[in-house]
Design a protein around this ligand. Structure first.
Ligand code: URA
Length: 205
């Protein structure tokens, strides 16, 4: 008896195969100017999935989600909320970096509804494979992708919603926290973000 039947994927294979397929995605024009597809990362058995907006400049170059300034803030907040990044699955609603070149820098552009929809099949498949208990949408683009319509953050924040079989939460995007101008408000907004993340413990226990 063979130790492994070759046609049945073992844990990890399904995500790897999907990631490989997404490398060649041409479902919208964003692939062309971008360096590469930045696919989700994390264990297939993750109980929490975080969905961001799209890779930024650093993520586009490195090929990994949430490693730039917003990612560093996110890591700090996760730590303060008592969550472990390495056991979560982290992905984005849109898998290519959308930008406008401005001299030497590439200015982030928000993905539009068509681009969000074009990328949704990848998120659907990530959800099907990982089957998280909880999905946390970071910001409005992630929420729009997850729920298939615009979902305002204010009234939905802090409430448990449903996304398919998973519970779902909506909170702000960490890059929003980087843009809050006054230090005092920034600290307040950051603390609120950490409180939102702590809600995950209610689903995990
Ligand atoms: N912002 C996102 O939404 N995703 C990333 O991967 C990085 C920054």
């Amino acid at each position: 008896i063979p130790a492994r039947v070759p046609s049945i994927p073992v844990a990890g294979d399904a995500l790897d195969a999907l990631r490989e397929k997404a490398r060649g995605c041409r479902m919208c024009p964003l692939w062309k100017p971008a360096t590469q597809t930045v696919f989700g990362e994390g264990p297939q058995e993750a109980e929490i999935m975080f969905v961001g907006e799209q890779p930024g400049d650093k993520e586009d170059l490195a090929g990994h989600p949430f490693i730039g300034p917003a990612g560093q803030l996110f890591d700090r907040a996760l730590g303060e909320a008592g969550l472990d990044r390495s056991s979560a699955y982290i992905t984005n609603a849109v898998k290519h970096f959308k930008f406008t070149p401005r001299g030497k820098i590439r200015l982030h552009q928000k993905p539009n509804t068509t681009e969000i929809r074009a990328c949704r099949p990848w998120l659907d498949q990530e959800l099907d494979i990982v089957k998280p208990k909880l999905v946390i949408a970071l910001g409005a683009t992630a929420a729009q992708s997850l729920f298939g319509r615009a979902m305002p953050i204010g009234p939905n924040r802090g409430q448990f919603l449903r996304a398919g079989d998973a519970r779902a939460l909506i909170t702000v995007h960490p890059s929003y926290l980087l843009r809050v101008p006054e230090e005092e408000r920034k600290a307040e907004e950051y603390a609120r973000f950490v409180e939102d993340l702590k809600l995950a413990h209610l689903v995990l226990k």
